[in-house]
Design a protein around this ligand. Sequence first.
Ligand SMILES: Cc1cc2nc3c(=O)[nH]c(=O)nc-3n(C[C@H](O)[C@H](O)[C@H](O)COP(=O)(O)OP(=O)(O)OC[C@H]3O[C@@H](n4cnc5c(N)ncnc54)[C@H](O)[C@@H]3O)c2cc1C
Length: 279
Amino acid sequence: MPDIIVKPPNLKELWKLLPGLPSARRYLAGGTDIVTADNAGAEHSECWIDISGIPELLGIKETAGSVFIGSGVKIAEIAASKAARRWCPALTAAIPHFASPSLRNMATLGGNAANASPCADGVCALISEGAYVLLATKGGRRRLPLKDIFLGPKRTTLKKDELITGFEVPKRPHAGAYLKLGPRSYFGISKAAVAVAAELSGGAVKKARVALGSVAPVPLYAAKTSAWLAGRKLSAPVIEEACELVKTEVSPITDTRSEAAYRREMCGVLLGRALNSLR
Ligand SMILES: Cc1cc2nc3c(=O)[nH]c(=O)nc-3n(C[C@H](O)[C@H](O)[C@H](O)COP(=O)(O)OP(=O)(O)OC[C@H]3O[C@@H](n4cnc5c(N)ncnc54)[C@H](O)[C@@H]3O)c2cc1C
């Protein structure tokens, strides 16, 4: 455990507090990653900044052109949101695959992104939704495509003390699917996961975004497969070819959870199932 835990009531107080805090500090949201790491001896901060009470990070709000999902939104809240169900179908489809009901009531979407695990289900789904991540520091704000902030396992382009305030998903009518292959049907870290968001018109794909989890050092946006699907009818041969193409974009490893060759093969299988479910 850290020496100090502070809990600012809002963003303004957070920025005021920072200069007086020990330099080895980290944000604490739902705690499902950071507390687990602390228990395992892999987390050594002197100070945790509990951001769970900051109102600016909460809620799911619809604006004219987008849906804002606060970084402090719990995974379980997403499934209950009408706006998320309507505009973020791949993200909503990912929720039942995320850990267990108790974990979903603690874990936040912001923590899922900041933790930067290649198997992060929420992130993988959000990337397929074409989401932007909203970042804040004392001095300013940034808005970046979510797919671009990941550098490797547990590494992002976030600066020191930079806070994820939320995510912005552009409102585009589309269909979505999320499929995850794990050791069990539910409650397991994935061997491979596929998220698909597709704008369809008369059986043809206007635009598709395919993202994959656990098969690269980062949650992966499959740029080639996504671009290749655009303008094509979702016929059996097209789906078959997309499944072959996606296997060339991933770079899975062999670890305790699965083998590289099996994971690569499963990317094709999962993408095929996901695309077929949208036909
Ligand atoms: C038993 C178990 C099962 C799990 N199953 C799954 C699963 O199926 N799928 C999955 O994707 N994940 C799973 N996880 C991982 C974890 O639950 C998620 O990554 C979760 O979303 C993390 O959110 P949190 O709010 O708990 O983050 P925390 O643990 O509070 O924080 C995680 C990291 O993010 C940083 N952080 C948090 N919020 C912000 C912010 N707003 N801005 C900047 N930095 C921030 C923290 O400093 C910390 O480094 C599981 C974890 C456990 C323990």
